[in-house]
Design a protein around this ligand. Sequence first.
Ligand code: FE2
Length: 430
Amino acid sequence: MRRKIPISKLTIGMYLDGIDESWIKTPFITHRFIIKNNEQIAKLKELGVKYIHIDTEKGKDTTYKEIQPEMDNMHFLKTEDIVVQMPKSRDMEEVVFFKKDSKQNAAAKYTQENLKVYYEELNHYTQIDRHTLIQGTIIDFSLYIKNNLLIEHIVEYDNRDIELTGGMLSREGDFHIKREDNYKYIHYLKEIVRLKSLNGGEQLQQLKNAVIRENSKLLMQELFLDPRSGEKIKECKTSVENIVDTIQRNGNVVSNLITINKYDYYTYTHSVNVSVLSVGIGINLGLDKDELYILGIGSMLHDIGKCKIPNFILNKPTRLTEKEYSVIKQHVLLGKKILIEHYNFPSEAVYPVIEHHEKLTGQGYPNGLKRDEIHLIGRITGIADAYDALTTARPYKKALSPFESLSILRNQIEDFDEFIFYKFVKMLSN
Ligand SMILES: [Fe+2]
C-alpha cells in the first residue's frame, strides 16, 4: 500500500516511493528505493523534503499513517484524574489505586489469609453469565451468588428440576455454579439454543454467541488446571475457530463475546476476553483467516504459564515486592514452554504468549523488545491484555470503565502500537 507520511516518520527499512516536492533536485538517481541508513534520511531532510510516500508492501510499514490528526482529536481523560500513580513497572495489571473511590484502595480490608481461603474455595466454582439463564426454564444444577468474598446458595439442586424465577435471577453479585456442574450448564445452554431455533425466538444469535463464550471459558478453566490435556487443547482450537468465524460472519459482535468483570477476575474469563478482543482487532487490521486463527489461539493461551505461578503471588492484594514481581514475570516463558513441549501449535502462536508484556519503548519483559521487534500479533495481544486488566475488578480494586481504561492506554501510548490502538478504539466505539 502506498502511504504519505511526514519525513520525521521515515525510518530505515521503509521503501521510499516518491517525494512530494518533485521539483527538488536530489542527489538520488531515483526516488524509489529502500532506506538503508540514516544518511539517506538526513539528506532528504537537508533538501527540505517535508512529506514522502512509502510502499508498505516493499518495505517496513509505519504506525503514523493517516490516523494522527484523528488521534489528536480524540478526547481522553488525564491519567492523574483516574489513578493516583502509575506503577513503576508500567504493567496495567498493577494499576490498583484509584482516586475516584479511595475507599476501594482498602486492600487491607482483606488479609492475605482471607484471600487465600477465598481463592481456594473459588477453584470449586465457575463464574457464569447471568444473562444466559432464562426465567421459566429448567435447570438441574445448583446456583450460587458471590458478593465480595462470600459465596452463597441461590437455589440448591436436590435431584429435582428447578424452575428459574425472576427472584432468583435478580440477585445482585456474580453468578456461580459448582465446577462439577459445568457440563450440565453447557447442556442447558445448548438446549435453550435448540428450543429458540425451533420457535424462531428472538436474540437467537446473541444466545449462540453466549454459548461460544461460556463454552470457551469453561474450557480454559479446565486447561488452567490441567495444561497437559491434549483433549482440552483440541477443543480449545475448535473454540477459537468458532470465535473467528462468529466475529467474521456477524461483524460487530465483540461486545457480545466478552464478559464484563464487574465484580472479580477469573483467569479463564480474562483469557477468552483477550482472545475475542485480539481477533476483533485482527479483523479490523485485515488479517486473513489463518492469521486470525493463530492470533486467536495464541491470545487465548497468553497467560497459560500462570498455572505454574503460586496463587498467593498471583492474587496478592497489595503491591508486589521486586522478588514477587520477578516470579510473576516468569509466566511468559513458562507459557512458551508449555506450548512448545506439549502441543502441536503453529509456531507463530507463541508470539502472543511470549510478547504480550513487551512494550514498544523496550521497557517490557521478558526480552525488552522494541517497536518492530515485537511481532504484530504480540503487539495486538499486548493492547487487548492491558485493556482487559484495567476493566476488570478484583476484591481489592474497582474495575475502570472502558473510557477510563482507554484513556490510560492513550496516555501511555509510547508503550503500545498507536495504529493498533486507534483501530481498537474505533472497534469498541462502533
Ligand atoms: Fe500476562
